[in-house]
Write a protein of this length. Structure first.
Length: 348
């Protein structure tokens, strides 16, 4: 199923048979979400003597945290790590900068880990739509930045990511991120019409996946974060199985698992490879080697190549395409992509 020709707000409107949370329009508005989050921030610089940054988030807030870490880790003067559950992050103290992310502000694990960081003396920045994170940050005199209230967290990836990036720049941890965000906004806006049109890239990818299960591969870094995002969105929006893995690691283990049951797997799986523009020759060769290994054991192999100027623009192009693919998969089956009762039952 592909979006119909109706137009809302200058963009093709959704023709999904069910879309109770308006996820199609929220997804199509990703460039505007990035632009709104990129506004200048007035924050006091971080205190001197910081030794590391910890990004705290669970669910899609963790996706935003991983995207930030993958983008800024190689160029930040401090180590950047991500906590997304399990034992609360250790080695926290007055030399730690903690950025806590939650769409609602009420994610129990995030609230608890942030409170622990605060008790340890860390500098805390909370980014949320309100909730307990806001209340506790306000009570403690910590910095708090607001996310758009209302949309489900999975529709706020752009806002969570860009708000964190701009905040790190305002705090003095990162430099020159503003121009990169603006390039991403402009690039995504330019590509949006082609992506949304009937028969565009997401529609073609969703059609080729059909009722098979997508196996999404990306390269370590932002490519891997995008692959995980595709998997999460197919699970949550289309209510369908999906799997992801990252190069180079999958070449050391996963590929060994495709040699025995090709008669079964070729009926079940479709390989989707997410490709960034500035691949090294080694990465290009690795993707080709994986394709050669899987050629006889999957139903189809699809390459999705990122478009845009800069890594941030490429990442959000892949996010936009993947989000739309998941919505189209839901629409084809007559599924409302919004409610996720299984998540509510397990995660609360």
């Amino acid at each position: 199923m592909s979006p119909g020709p109706a137009v809302e707000g200058g963009r093709p409107a959704s023709s999904l048979p069910l879309d109770s949370l308006g996820l199609w329009e929220l997804t199509a508005g990703l460039p505007e979400q990035l632009a709104a989050a990129a506004g200048p921030l007035s924050l006091e610089p971080a205190p001197p003597g910081l030794t590391h940054v910890v990004l705290i988030g669970v669910g899609e807030a963790a996706t935003a945290a991983r995207a930030v870490a993958a983008l800024v880790g190689p160029r930040a003067p401090l180590p950047v790590t991500v906590w997304s559950g399990g034992p609360t992050p250790g080695a926290l103290g007055p030399a730690s900068l903690v950025v806590a992310l939650s769409g609602s502000g009420d994610t129990a694990g995030t609230v608890a880990a942030t409170a622990m960081a605060r008790r340890a003396g860390a500098t805390v920045l909370a980014v949320s739509g309100g909730g307990d994170l806001r209340a506790e940050a306000t009570a403690a005199g910590d910095r708090w930045l607001e996310l758009p209230p209302g949309p489900p967290e999975r529709a706020l990836l752009g806002a969570m990511t860009v708000t964190s990036l701009v905040a790190l720049e305002a705090l003095g941890v990162l430099r020159d991120i503003g121009p990169e965000v603006r390039r991403a906004v402009d690039s995504l806006a330019r590509h949006r019409d082609a992506v949304l049109r009937p028969g565009g890239l997401p529609a073609a990818v969703a059609r080729r996946i059909g009722r098979t299960f997508p196996l999404i591969h990306g390269v370590e870094g932002l490519g891997a974060v995008a692959a995980r995002r595709w998997k999460n969105q197919v699970n949550t929006n289309a209510k369908a199985p999906a799997f992801w893995a990252a190069l180079p690691d999958l070449g050391h283990n996963e590929v060994a698992g495709w040699g025995q049951d090709g008669d079964v797997t070729r009926q079940v799986f479709t390989l989707v490879s997410l490709r960034l523009a500035d691949e090294s020759p080694a990465v290009t060769q690795a993707f080709a080697a994986v394709a050669a290994q899987l050629d006889e054991v999957v139903a189809d192999m699809i390459e999705v190549r990122a478009a845009g100027e800069g890594l941030l623009a490429e990442f959000f192009f892949l996010v936009l395409v993947g989000d739309l693919v998941s919505l189209l998969m839901a629409g084809r089956e007559g599924i409302d992509p919004g409610p996720a009762p299984a998540v509510d039952a397990v995660a609360g």
